[in-house]
Design a protein around this ligand. Structure first.
Ligand code: SF4
Length: 261
């Protein structure tokens, strides 16, 4: 085993077991590692508590090995293990050395990465250790107040996306699996939202074989109906994807429908 780089620790906010709510592995029991820190600040984020990076000297910073111990302890308490480990956030790409270290210590546990892929250098470094890439493609208008220096404008994301899709396609080529996710929120339908057409054009050009999941934003109350406008937005997006020869699947956010994390 390669030595784990110093500084490979990351803020671990929680370890929990749940059902995968989105994408190719929807419904699969998984163990989630939620890392702290996200510079993107999406308007619709349901984990805003994960945005801040805790102080280095506070509790919660762990090495990859310590994170895996927490997974084992959790699974001893809560039930049988050997579920895939889904690394989520926050934005896990903030901690590439931690992720590489996790790959070193995880053995044969399948590893899934849930990311917005805003840092393609980090994504390229860490992707080989993951079995599954769950990539949320963002619009600039999804973000409320991203940190300085991050993809901020629609042009920034348009420039970034070809590399994101190339990395995802290479991952498929290596035998990995990929979920490309587009979330349709009420905000997507407002006049000040960016169009998703450039995303679909890039998918047609660079990733026609990448599994594409369109998710209507689910109401936070599992008993509430989906917004009519959101469902209309989904219909429009599906039609636009089909026009381009893509094969979208519509999948609500199942964790919300089930009322679990
Ligand atoms: S990238 Fe994810 S964690 Fe970060 S703000 Fe957006 S939805 Fe929240």
């Amino acid at each position: 085993m390669d030595s784990i780089p110093t500084g490979a620790s990351a803020p671990l906010l929680e370890v929990f077991a749940s059902y995968q709510g989105e994408g190719l592995f929807v419904g699969e029991p998984q163990t989630f590692l939620r890392l702290g820190g996200c510079p993107l600040r999406c308007r619709y984020c349901d984990t805003k508590q994960s945005w801040a990076v805790p102080d280095r000297d506070s509790d919660g910073w762990v090495t990859p090995f310590a994170a895996l111990i927490q997974v084992a302890e959790h699974e001893l308490r809560e039930g049988p293990g050997h579920r895939p480990i889904a690394v989520t956030g926050g934005e896990p790409l903030m901690w590439p050395d931690f992720l590489l270290g996790l790959g070193d210590v995880a053995g044969d546990r399948p590893l899934h990465l849930e990311t917005a892929g805003h840092d393609c250098d980090a994504l390229e470094r860490v992707l080989p250790i993951f079995d599954h890439l769950s990539l949320d493609l963002k619009l600039a208008s999804d973000l409320s107040q991203p940190a300085p220096g991050l993809p901020y404008s629609a042009e920034d994301w348009d420039a970034l996306r070809p590399r994101q899709l190339r990395l995802a396609t290479e991952h498929l080529g290596r035998g990995g699996t990929v979920s490309i996710k587009l979330l349709v929120t009420k905000h997507c339908l407002s006049p000040d939202s960016d169009s998703m057409d450039p995303i679909l054009d890039d998918l047609k050009r660079l990733g026609p074989n990448l599994p594409l999941f369109i998710a209507p934003e689910s109401p936070s109350d599992a008993r509430a109906p989906f917004g009519r406008d959101v469902l209309q937005g989904v219909d429009q997006l599906v039609a636009a994807a089909l026009e381009r020869g893509l094969s979208p699947r519509v999948l609500p956010q199942m964790h919300r429908a089930l009322g679990v994390r």
